[in-house]
Design a protein around this ligand. Structure first.
Ligand SMILES: O=C(O)c1ccc[n+]([C@@H]2O[C@H](COP(=O)([O-])O)[C@@H](O)[C@H]2O)c1
Ligand SMILES: Cc1cc2nc[nH]c2cc1C
Length: 337
């Protein structure tokens, strides 16, 4: 938990305001720097290292045709991540971030690769359109496994991403239940459904939502509708916050995981920095509920942690500004007249 006192907060604002720039001229970068300083409890923060963890899992719902891509893509993309060919790999390499891939529950036989981190809860969830996606034991195991991974403090910044065909459906249902809103308002095109596909998805998710009460706590919502990767990511966000690590939250699915993490562990929310506004309908509602204004708006809707990676340089630069910029005093520059 962040427990910086009012002296620290005052000293922090003073440090930002006395940098060699007109007061407030670095705009939102100033609030970002302050946030990082609060998280790290120092006026000389640093965000020089970054680890992206991608959680992959499958969804029983995928078989009902809620996505424009087949379920096999989840497994094929895991191979692509391991071969370094996905957008997340390219962005991570380009920016100097590290990356690890976690099998949270990909359908079929376990993927066999030396670099893959296996935390399989099962071979995909059950079909949440018909009954609970997972058991109580499975949701608890997924959260616990994520929490342990997130708590490993190896980097200053943790980005979390996901891969799972059907997981925008799972996320829409989880968000709707946690927020007590109609799932129709939360449902979007995911990987790219056309109008007919979206209408069909809306109908299916509406029926799935009708199985349970309008409002559910985060654990129950994850159990009824979630995915192993979403629950594991929520746990990882909680673990990272507990370890004092800055968490950069990616797009729609990651924000739903952050919503769940904030519900399960309210003090974790102070460690979350929202990377970007996804083009997925429903993200705006979730961001609003979280009172979050993301750093970027690039029209992206890929997932994999790609938006989080792109936000990391801003986080890194904001920390460097506070740590390294001269003050009016130290540089001998005249302050405001
Ligand atoms: O992160 C986002 O905002 C986002 C928005 C739409 C789709 N995705 C990605 O697309 C996949 C889920 O889409 P769908 O249509 O299969 O539910 C999953 O692998 C996500 O990483 C991700
Ligand atoms: C190709 C592809 C890559 C992805 N990465 C994240 N979600 C994805 C969905 C698809 C379909």
């Amino acid at each position: 938990m962040i427990t910086q006192d009012t002296d620290f907060t005052a000293a922090l604002q003073h440090a930002i305001d006395t940098k060699t720039k007109p007061v407030g001229s670095l705009g939102r970068m100033e609030a970002l720097a302050a946030r990082i300083a609060q998280i790290q409890g120092t006026l000389k923060p640093s965000a020089e290292t970054c680890l992206l963890t991608i959680f992959a899992a499958d969804h029983g719902m995928a078989a009902a045709g809620v996505s424009s891509y087949p379920q096999d893509v989840t497994r094929q993309m895991v191979a692509n991540f391991l071969n370094g060919g996905a957008a997340a790999n390219v962005f991570a390499r380009s920016l100097g971030a590290d990356i690890r891939i976690v099998d949270s529950g990909v359908a079929g036989e376990p993927v066999d690769h030396p670099a893959l981190v296996s935390r399989r809860i099962g071979a995909g969830t059950a079909n949440a359109l018909e009954g609970p996606a997972m058991t109580g034991a499975q949701v608890d195991a997924a959260i616990a496994a994520g929490r342990a991974l997130g708590a490993e403090k190896t980097h200053a910044v943790a980005c979390f991403g996901e891969m799972g065909i059907g997981n925008t459906s799972a996320s829409s249902l989880v968000a709707a239940k946690v927020l007590g809103l109609p799932v129709e308002d939360m449902t979007g095109r995911g990987t790219g459904l056309d109008d007919a596909g979206l209408a069909r998805k809306r109908g299916l998710l509406g029926k799935a939502a009708a199985r349970t009460e309008a409002h559910l706590d985060a654990r129950t919502a994850l159990m009824e509708y979630g995915g192993f990767e979403i629950a594991m990511m929520a746990g990882a966000m909680m673990g990272a916050a507990q370890a004092g690590t800055i968490v950069i939250v990616d797009g729609f699915i990651a924000s739903v995981a952050a919503l769940c993490a904030s519900d399960l562990m309210p003090e974790a929310a102070a460690f979350f920095i929202y990377a970007h506004r996804s083009a997925e309908a429903g993200h705006a509602r979730v961001l609003e509920a979280l009172d979050a204004e993301p750093l970027l708006d690039l029209g992206m809707r890929l997932g994999e942690g790609t938006g989080a990676l792109l936000a990391w340089p801003l986080v890194k630069a904001a920390a460097a500004m506070l740590r390294e910029m001269a003050s009016f005093d130290s540089a001998g520059v005249s302050g405001p007249a």
